[in-house]
Design a protein around this ligand. Structure first.
Ligand code: UT7
Length: 331
């Protein structure tokens, strides 16, 4: 009897209209287009504007895009997971609000946060529910309004991040397509190098913290960079070795979009041709939980049933890893 695997069967996405270009950033902090482009590969990012609009706004629109494209009835959705590092509020679940707004009234829902690896780890969680046999579909949304925790006076951080959301549907597959293997890791000693210190339970928000911008994301870029380069490449090599794959078996590298140099380093470590590396960092920057589904959405028309996709991510925590997934449909 063949084992039921968990496949991605639909993709949707949403990015806000406002485009924050490198040229506009030049007017806000001491930076320039040439520095940002050569050090990160980013040319522009999207920013969500509007009073009271949070991550759920992005998540809802990405989910609606998927629902429309796939033509499913939201009442049939059984579980909604919102992978995010920037929930709408501290105490009320962003996923519950999102599920209600899209009409997924028969679903249960929850948020999950593993910083920039939220969506990658979310794939593991979503697939687990399907593989268990207890659920026949899971809507996994990666969404972040990073601009809500960015200090636009900190040039080492503000140039990288943007806002956006992507959604995928996981369903059972009897052809052994979908998630094949995963290698996921965490190292909590990394949190010193990438965090938003104030606003959580260790350091509740204060007037002084807000004045200093200590409620915003801070990173020691160089340390994060070195760890990202090593661990994303290492996880990718491990997942290939464990599954007896060579670079010729890989159709696509789907890597977290934090810095083009980190993505290139991962691809170079396995000698992968540039045309097999999904890339959209130039237009969205680092959207944290949304980078991987935004890539899938941008490349969906080029993906073929049976393609071998290698996902890789690294982020705050530190959290990182790699997932091997076989694509399940032609669009
Ligand atoms: O999503 C996961 C989390 N984040 C990441 O994965 C990000 C990882 N880190 C990075 O991508 C890079 O470290 C950055 C893009 C953040 C910085 O690039 P870098 O090549 O590591 O630069 P650096 O921090 O080593 O700084 C080099 C120089 C410094 O000047 P001095 O000390 O050499 O005079 C910085 O002050 O560049 C300066 N610098 C800037 N210059 C112009 C830093 N930020 C900027 C800027 N514009 N925006």
């Amino acid at each position: 009897m063949s084992k039921t695997s968990a496949a991605i069967t639909a993709v949707g996405a949403y990015v806000p209209e406002y485009v924050l270009t490198n040229q506009i950033l030049e007017t806000m902090v001491d930076t320039n287009d040439e520095w940002i482009t050569t050090r990160t590969g980013i040319k522009e990012r999207r920013i969500l504007k509007g009073e009271g609009k949070g991550t759920s706004f992005l998540a809802i629109n990405a989910a609606k895009d998927l629902i429309k494209k796939r033509g499913i009835d939201p009442k049939d959705i059984e579980l909604v997971i919102v992978a995010t590092a920037t929930p709408d509020m501290k105490a009320a679940s962003t996923a519950a609000f999102t599920a209600s707004e899209i009409g997924a009234v028969n679903a249960f829902s929850f948020d999950m946060d593993a910083a920039c690896s939220s969506f990658l780890f979310g794939m593991s969680v979503a697939a687990g529910y399907i593989e268990s046999g207890r659920y026949k579909n899971v809507l996994l949304i990666g969404a972040d309004k990073m601009s809500s925790i960015i200090n636009y006076k900190d040039r080492a951080t503000c140039i990288i991040f943007g806002d956006g959301a992507g959604a995928v549907l996981f369903e059972p597959n009897e052809e052994n397509l979908g998630l094949q293997d995963e290698y996921l890791r965490s190292d909590g000693t990394g949190r010193a190098f990438l965090q938003a210190t104030y606003g959580g339970s260790s350091y509740p928000i204060t007037f002084e913290a807000i004045e200093k911008g200590a409620h915003c994301a801070f990173q020691e870029g160089r340390t994060v960079f070195k760890n990202a380069v090593f661990n994303m490449a290492d996880a990718t090599v491990k997942i290939l070795e464990r599954n007896n794959l060579t670079k010729n078996d890989v159709d696509w590298l789907v890597a977290h979009q934090a810095n083009k140099r980190i993505i290139d380093a991962t691809a170079n470590r396995i000698n992968l041709e540039e045309e097999k590396v999904m890339m959209n960092i130039h237009k969205y920057g680092n959207t944290t939980s949304a980078t991987l589904p935004l890539l899938l959405n941008d490349y969906e028309s080029q993906l073929k049933k049976g393609d071998n996709l290698i996902f890789a991510a690294f982020g705050g925590g530190f959290n990182w890893g790699s997932i091997y997934l076989k694509w399940a449909y032609n669009s």
